[in-house]
Structures are given as C-alpha cells and as structure tokens.
Ligand binder design. Structure first.
Ligand code: MGD
Ligand code: MGD
Ligand code: SF4
Ligand code: MO
Length: 749
C-alpha cells in the first residue's frame, strides 16, 4: 500500500542518486553480520607487526550513544577505521569512515586564540595564546560579570557535542548560574516534554522486538539519520513486523519498510493523529479496558475528535482517506504494536507539543503500553541521564534547586522551566536584549541552527564576553566571540562514557591530542578548578571526574571499566517487567499508575490546564499555511520544509571532508517534477528560494522524493542557510521553532 504513484514516478536520476547515497552511507548498516574486507582479512591473519587495534566511537551525528570504531593504529597514528565488534551500534556509515579525515584535517583548530580586532570587524584577527592566558582571561571576565551583575548573567551552552554536557552543567551550577542550556532546545526536549506531560516520563518510543507485529514509524528516516537503527528495523521487517510510516516524503525508509505510507502535508501531524483516533473509537478498535483504567480525559477527547473524521483529516493532511482507515484498522489486528518517533519533525512545528501529544494519545488508546513487544519503558534503567551524566554529578540534585529562581526563561517558557533544569536557549536574543545574559561559555555551538540566525549572531556579539570550544574555527559563530578553544576529538579523548541499557563502556583515548587541543571535560575541569576551586573540579582531572560519575551511577570506580572494549554489564536487580503501571514500578512514590499527577495517562493534561494551555491535544494549523494565510500562500505557494537529514552531513558539519563533500558539493532544494515544470526549472538550475522571512540561492534537484507542493532544503550551509527562510515562530508550550512548516516560492536565479 505504499504510494505506488510516487514510487514509479521517481525520476531515474534522483532514484539512482538515492541509491548511490544510501549505498555509501547505509548499506553497511543494513546488512547484519556484514564484515568489511579488512575485518575478514584480519580474521584470517593476525595484525601486521607494529599494528594494534584500539577502540573508540564516532561522534559525527547527534544520536546517542553513537557507533563504535575499531581503530587500526601504527606508530601512534590511526591508519584505518573499522566497525567495532561486539558493540551495540555498528557498523559505521560514511560519516563514521570520515572521522579519520577529520582527525588529520590540516584545518583543525589546534590552539587557543583570542581576537585582536574589536567585535563587529569583518576579521576578528585571531591570535594564538597559551591555555594559561585563556584560563586567566576567562576567570577574570566571568568573575567580573559575577561581581557586577550576578553569576546568573553567564550562560553556559553545549551544542552538538553531548559528552561535555554533564561537565558544563556542573560548571554552571557551581559558578552560581542556573542558565545552562544546550541544543536539545531544538531537538529531543519537545517530544520528551510531550511524553512527560502525557505518560509521566520521557520516551521516543521503543524498538520492535521479535514479538512486535506492527511498528508505527512516525516522521523518522533512519536510513539516513540513524543507519545503525535502520539495520535493526530491516531485520524486524524480515521477521514479519509490519510498518506504517508517516512522512511527507518517499524516503529510502519508506521504500524499504512501509506497508502503509501516510504521506502527509508537513506540519499536520496533529490532525492526522486526531483523525486516526476518531476512526479507532468509531470502529471500536481502542482498548476499552486499558482506557477505562489508565487514561484520563477519554470522554473529553471523544467529544473533541467527533468532528475530526478521517475525511476531515484527509482534507487537512492530503492523505487519501482509505489509507488513513487502513492504517488504523491494522491496530485492531496486529498486536502488540510499538511506536518509534523522532527527536524532531513532529515538534519542529508551531503546534509542537500538542501535535506530538496527539500521537502519544493515539498509542495510549491502542493499549500497547508497556506490554512485551509494544511501547515499553525500561524496568531497571541505570541512573544515568541521556548524556551519561548523573543528577549528583551534574548538581541538579543539590545546587540547581537553590539557584533555579534566577533562570532567564521562566517568563517566556514556563512549562519548560517547570520540568527541565536546562533553560530554553531559543530566546537567547531576547535574554541579551533584556540584560538577562551578558556572557557565554560555549562548547560546540552553531549560530546557524536557529531561525533568523543573524539575531543569534547579534546576541553573541552584544555579550560582554564569549568563549567557544570547537574542532574548527566556524566564522558564522566564532566571529562574534572573544576567544576560541581547541577541542580534542574522540580518538584523542576520554569523553567519557557510553551507556546501552545496563552495559557501560568507558571511552579511552587512543592517541595524544594534536597541537594543544584538549578534551572538553579536561578544559572544563581545569577551568572549574581556577574559577570555582580545585576541590569541586577533581583537581582539574578529567579521569577523576569520570570516576565520580561512574561511582554515582554504578557503584564501581573507573579502574573496573578500563581496557574493556566489550564494556561492563551491571547486572539488574531482577528481570524485565511489563505493565509496570499495575505494580507501582513507574511512579516515584511506588503507587500503581503512571508518573503523572492523576496517575493515569493524561490525554487531558492537568498540568497544561494549570499553565493556561489547552488540556487536550488540540490541532492548530501552521501559523503560515495555505489554510491559515491563504493570501500569503498566493505569493508563496510552496510548503517550506527545512532540515530533513542527508546521509553525508550533520547540520553545519563535515562539509570539508573529501569523501563526503563529493556526495553533495552544493546546497540543493528538492522540488517535485510538477512544481519544477510549472516554474520552468530543470535539475541543476541555480534557483532562489524565498519566504516572507528571507531568501537564499541554491541548486534545484527535481525528484519524486518530495510531495507535490512541498520542498525540502537541508540546513547548515553557510552560503545558503535555510534558517534565513524560517520564521521565529515558536510553539507556545515547548518554545520550539517551526523548522518544518511555512511558505515559500522557488524561482530561477
Ligand atoms: N532549519 C533547521 N534547523 C535546525 C534543524 C532542522 O531540522 N531544520 N534541526 C535542529 C536540531 S534537531 C539540532 S540537534 C540542531 C543542531 O545544531 P548544532 O548542534 O548547533 O549543529 P552542528 O552543526 O552539529 O554544530 C555543532 C558544532 O559543534 C562542533 N563540535 C562537534 N563536536 C564537538 C566536540 O566534541 N567538542 C566541541 N567543543 N565542539 C564540537 C562542530 O564543529 C560544530 O561547529 O539544529 C537544529 N536546527
Ligand atoms: N546524517 C545525519 N544524521 C543525523 C543528523 C544529521 O544532521 N545528519 N542529525 C541528527 C539529529 S540532531 C536528529 S534530531 C535526528 C533526526 O532524525 P529524523 O527525524 O529521522 O530525521 P529527519 O530527516 O530530520 O526527519 C525524518 C523525516 O521526517 C519527515 N518530515 C518532515 N516534516 C515532517 C512533518 O511535518 N511531519 C512528519 N510526520 N514528518 C516530517 C522528513 O521528510 C524526514 O524524512 O537525526 C540525527 N542523525
Ligand atoms: S550513524 Fe554514522 S555518523 Fe552516526 S555515529 Fe554511526 S557511524 Fe557515526
Ligand atoms: Mo537534533
């Protein structure tokens, strides 16, 4: 039941391109048991004299906990990379192979630098300085701001890199600032917030197991965004699991997995979920017993979705009504069913949390909650956070509660501020204008990731002091800073732990850092020692800090984890359990039920009601759309969709890696053949994409991957930043930007 029409109309060129790209990037991942030629050769023969193997991981895309790398080392140099055996995420995609090109890239940032030209100059005049001078300056500047305005005026920010987050959080709170934040302000935290509000805990879904009959893959393209997961899903498919894939595009994931493809208009996920619930209720396919016992707000929801017939959902989303009905009817027969969602597309919307809650509500009505093979919650999770920190180490247990009332985001993001210790970073321009933030310490930030990036660049420029650590000088961010610090790469750093369920891997350095690059944890411990005191920062030692995290979470010290590429399994106190809402294992107080105020799954959210939001997962049209702004749509008739992942790049990174750059040398817009023809545009033409908020120049790719009437553009190109087209229009609950909705037009340049 895949969209046959779009399938056979894929142009030969784009189809071939898709194959080539996914072939390079994902074929290895899709073949369980695949061994590279080198691995096969190694099995037959021992390593050459002088060659050793060492183990690390790839950090070239943002998923956690990332894929394993087996490095081939000779004379202190990494001469090859292999997929790591006995590692939960494996093998490597093309970006993983490119880590070796990154490591030896002559353009890396290798020394601390300070600017010598004033802010606002085209050239910052970077000048090399010593780490000592860097630390002395940072300490003097931050302490100056603390004395003059208070410690909360300093923002501590981690972008892409996940490993330094616990150390950065500790640095912020011990300094006295609650204003620690990270890139999850646009990524995993809105779906997490929706799940906390609805289910009482964060979840992005559960992978299918051998028991799973049906998997609802909602806005996820792991073929390109998580190749290691894609391999597991292919296996599930071979095992007989059926797949429903919700995606506006005909992706390689759709091609490989979908029994039913729901090809919706971007930004209309909430309407689809409501139409599906209407059908589920009317056909009596919902789990009446589960709903009666464990769901709050069923009656109110039933009233609300009465008008949301599948026909109305079809009209809003553009999906044929029969297909919506067929998808719902599968839930009546194929049990257990699971759901896998993504960190982003459903919440890159101006109705982010409510659209996403619609999906969670749908799953709740089907009753597949915490049943084996369904949408399970882990029974004995180790007490690490998502980024392998612990509340004790990060100091969210003792220090954060004392300083939280000084956080900058309480007025603008009250629901967010109620649940997360991290502040909502998306209002950085407002915080600076309002005098709430005056300085920033940044690790791996990228000003191009936000809508209307120039406002973030201006905010950075207007701060009294800014320092950023990175692998490279990134002018679009660093030109607005006072100082940059060179960060060591995974091959060169401890950085720090990978946690897969109850298996914990210590990541040890393989080679010495180049130049004066330092692991982020190391510079943070050294800076913390000078800024706050050596006793808080383990005398400046990264190893001692990692040891502390391990002890908090596992009771074991670092020595027990060293030299163990297979990781250390921390035995659980008992077997995995299901229907934990019956046994009291889901709630903090040990009572039966879910960890929400009512103890039930809150389709009707009492917390949202308290904060003045609609308590039901109500649907709102995108702020700019053919339905909400028909006049605007006459000038900008195409739906704008930015940031769908491409296999060869991650956000603003990797553009200069030779093996990747060849796969997509220039920024492109993907246009449906009908839309291209109507505009006289041919594949390869230089085109202007304009929206009510800005314009960029890119090259046209004409392809049936996209829906007619919708385009897609990858973000992170400095010469053509898609975020210039995106409005600073935020979801009222999570304050997420609407990257995946909006209006635009494409014309020949
Ligand atoms: N239009 C649009 N915008 C989007 C999105 C979209 O879909 N559409 N997606 C959003 C999402 S989901 C996300 S997660 C964000 C991502 O946004 P970012 O995380 O800001 O993006 P990156 O381009 O990965 O930038 C990370 C920077 O960190 C540096 N870096 C990498 N590793 C390390 C390290 O270990 N240490 C240090 N010190 N530096 C390091 C890199 O060199 C780079 O300069 O973008 C968001 N922006
Ligand atoms: N190669 C690569 N891998 C990455 C990254 C990267 O930059 N490059 N980034 C990493 C990060 S930070 C993240 S958050 C993940 C994201 O991982 P994914 O969410 O899997 O990736 P995306 O391609 O952003 O989005 C998935 C699909 O959502 C569809 N989509 C777009 N708009 C909508 C919509 O309105 N509704 C629905 N239902 N679907 C929509 C797109 O067509 C796309 O095929 O990927 C991670 N992996
Ligand atoms: S999917 Fe690719 S880029 Fe991401 S961690 Fe694995 S090898 Fe690296
Ligand atoms: Mo993300």
């Amino acid at each position: 039941m895949t969209d046959k029409v779009s399938r056979w109309r894929i142009t030969r060129r784009s189809f071939l391109k898709g194959v080539v790209i996914s072939g390079t990037a994902t074929a290895l991942a899709t073949q369980p048991g695949y061994k590279t030629p080198r691995a096969r050769a190694q099995e037959a023969a021992p390593p050459e004299p002088g060659v050793t193997y060492a183990y690390t991981y790839c950090d070239n895309c943002n998923h956690v906990p990332k894929c394993g790398i087996k490095a081939v080392v000779k004379d202190g140099k990494v001469i090859g990379v292999e997929a790591r055996e006995n590692y939960p995420n494996s093998p490597l995609c093309a970006k993983g192979v490119a880590t070796i090109q990154e490591l030896y890239d002559p353009h890396r940032l290798l020394y601390p630098m300070k600017r010598t030209n004033p802010k606002g100059s085209a050239d910052p005049g970077w000048q090399r300085i010593t780490w000592d001078e860097a630390y002395d300056t940072i300490v003097a500047k931050l302490n100056g701001i603390k004395e003059k305005y208070g410690p909360e005026k300093v923002m501590f920010y981690c972008g892409d890199p996940k490993e330094p987050r616990p150390a950065m959080q500790r640095l912020a709170y011990t300094f006295g600032s609650p204003n620690y934040c990270n890139e999850s302000s646009t990524c995993a935290w809105a779906p997490t917030l929706a799940a906390i509000l609805t289910y009482g805990q964060g979840t992005m879904g559960a992978n299918p197991t051998e028991k799973t009959k049906l998997c609802l893959l909602w806005s996820k393209n792991p073929a390109w965004s998580e190749p290691h997961l894609f391999g597991k899903l292919i296996k599930a498919k071979e095992n007989g699991t059926k797949f429903i894939v919700v995606d506006p595009r005909v992706t390689p994931t759709v091609e490989a997995l979908a029994d039913i493809h729901l090809q919706l208009r971007p930004g209309t996920d909430g309407a689809l979920a409501l139409g599906m619930m209407n059908e589920l209720i009317n056909k009596g396919l919902y789990d009446q017993e589960f709903v009666a016992n464990w769901v709050q707000g069923f009656d109110e929801l039933k009233d609300y979705v009465r008008d949301f017939t599948p026909e109305r959902a079809a009209e809003i989303t553009g999906i044929p009504v029969d297909r919506i009905k067929a998808a719902v009817s599968l839930f009546g027969t194929e049990k257990p069913a699971t759901w896998l969602g993504s960190a982003s597309p459903t919440t890159h919307s101006s109705n982010a949390v409510q659209n996403h809650r619609g999906i969670l509500a749908f799953m709740a009505l089907t009753g597949n909650i915490d049943v084996e093979g369904g949408l399970t919650f882990p029974t004995h999770a180790l007490p690490f956070d998502l980024f392998a920190g612990t509340p004790q180490f990060n100091r969210t247990t003792d220090l954060w509660p004392q300083i939280r009332d000084k956080r900058a985001d309480t007025d603008r993001a009250p629901v967010w501020a109620h649940f997360f210790p991290e502040i909502q970073a998306n209002f950085m321009p407002e915080y600076v204008k309002e005098g709430k933030i005056k300085a920033i310490v940044m690790a791996g930030g990228n000003a191009m990731m936000w809508p209307q990036p120039q406002e973030y660049q201006e905010a950075l420029e207007n701060m009294e002091f800014g320092v950023a650590a990175d692998y490279y000088l990134r002018p679009w961010t660093h030109n607005y800073m006072d100082m940059v610090l060179p960060a060591a790469m995974p091959y060169e750093r401890m950085a720090a732990l990978a946690v897969f369920g109850r298996r914990v891997f210590l990541r040890e350095p393989i080679i010495k850092p180049f130049g004066e690059a330092k692991p982020d944890w190391q510079w943070m411990m050294e800076l913390g020692s000078r800024l706050v005191g050596p006793e808080e920062f383990f005398g400046g030692s990264e190893e001692k800090a990692v040891d502390a995290v391990l002890r908090f979470a596992t009771g074991k010290g670092i020595e027990e984890f060293r030299g163990k590429p297979e990781g250390v399994f921390i035995a659980p106190p008992g077997p995995e359990q299901y229907r934990k809402y019956e046994s009291g294992l889901l709630r903090n107080d040990g009572q039966p039920g879910f960890n929400t105020p009512s103890g039930k799954i809150e389709i009707y959210s009492s917390v949202l009601e308290e904060f003045g939001h609609d308590p039901l997962p109500t649907y709102k049209e995108p702020v700019e759309s053919p339905f909400s702004t028909p006049e605007l749509a006459k000038k900008y008739p195409l739906i704008l969709n930015t940031g769908s992942r491409v296999p060869m790049y991650t956000h603003s990174k990797l553009r200069d890696m030779p093996i990747l750059r060849n796969l997509m040398p220039v920024p492109i817009v993907r246009l449906h053949p009908d839309d291209a023809k109507a505009r006289g545009i041919q594949a390869g033409d230089k085109v202007i994409v304009s929206s009510p908020h800005g314009q960029i120049t890119v090259f046209a790719e004409v392809t049936n991957i996209v829906r007619p009437g919708a385009i897609d553009i990858f973000h992170g190109w400095p010469q053509a930043d898609a975020n210039k087209l995106v409005a600073r229009q935020f979801d009222p609950i999570s304050c997420f930007p609407a990257y995946k909705e909006g209006l635009c037009e494409v014309t020949k340049a």
